[in-house]
Design a protein around this ligand. Structure first.
Ligand code: GUN
Length: 288
């Protein structure tokens, strides 16, 4: 059996188009242009690419896009000052501080300083808590994108066994919480989990978010399962160039799974699409 490939790029284009239409309506009927500010501290090449792509997508959806760059040596006070300014700016409805931050800056303190209503990353503890107890919340973009693809594939997820491999605050934990809200039976596996292959083989839904290239093998996948690969790993090729691979060995897993996301073209495009959707949601909520 060969799995259905879940086309994240095409799905993301639909989500982005929907956000674009909502932006047009907000502008025409409420004179409201949603605005997203992205803060980048330092010159990490991968972060620069992400930030550039986010800015481009925001502008393409008809929203205001502001990019704030600080030096690698920026102090915690300087980063907090930017966050406070953006919190007070009525033309900015979403604030995203690109992670990781340089080590002299306390990441949790910066995330905590973002106005929770503008927290389009959904990383503020208020949003984490609100989501966990079932209140309206900003939901982290990557897990939200994964959930949208799962619901598109399955409809109702109730009663399914979901295994999330990885327990980061950005993906693993919020993903598990979202799946629990969808009535899945959720297992969070991590580096200390015993017999990970056996745990994974119990999954109807397998989410890989560990950041280790091709760690999850084909024989870890239950036949017919849906596999969502959050990993984006750049590995060297024989010719000296690099290629992108996920946390799942795609060529093996595709032979066993019922449906699978590719890398690239799976989860990645959905993350940006969800960021735009979250910004529109934030703008609507702030407008009352
Ligand atoms: N770095 C890697 N992923 C993310 C993300 O989703 N949001 C932010 N702010 N930084 C990241």
């Amino acid at each position: 059996m060969t799995a259905t490939i879940i086309d994240g790029k095409a799905f993301a284009a639909q989500v982005r188009e929907k956000s674009g239409k909502k932006v047009a309506t907000l502008k025409a009927e409420h004179n409201l242009t949603p605005g997203l500010a992205v803060v980048l501290v330092g010159e990490d090449p991968a972060s620069q690419v992400y930030v550039r792509n986010k800015g481009k997508a925001t502008a393409e959806a008809g929203m205001k896009s502001e990019e704030i760059r600080l030096e690698m040596t920026a102090t915690q006070e300087e980063v907090l000052e930017v966050v406070h300014r953006l919190n007070a700016d009525p033309t900015i409805h979403g604030i995203l501080v690109q992670l990781p931050l340089p080590k002299q800056v306390d990441e949790m303190a910066v995330l905590d300083a973002i106005d929770p209503t503008k927290d389009v990353d959904g990383f503020h503890v208020i949003n984490t808590g609100r989501q966990a107890v079932g209140l309206p919340a900003m939901v982290p973009c990557t897990p939200l994108g994964c959930l949208m693809m799962l619901k598109d594939t399955h409809g109702d997820l109730s009663g399914m066994n979901a295994v999330v491999v990885g327990r980061s605050n950005i993906v693993g934990k919020p993903m598990a919480s979202l799946l629990l809200s969808e009535n899945c039976t959720v297992t969070i596996a991590h580096s200390r989990t015993r017999d990970l292959p056996t745990v994974c083989r119990g999954a109807d839904i397998l989410i890989a978010a560990v950041g280790r290239p091709e760690m999850i093998r084909g024989d870890w996948v239950k036949p017919g399962a849906t596999v969502i690969d959050v990993g984006i790993n750049r590995i060297p090729k024989e010719d000296g160039k690099t290629r992108l691979v996920g946390d799942v060995c795609f060529s093996e897993a595709v032979e066993v799974a019922g449906a699978i996301t590719p890398v690239p073209g799976g989860v990645g495009p959905m993350t940006i699409a969800c960021l735009l959707a979250n910004t529109v949601t934030a703008a609507c909520r702030q407008a009352g």
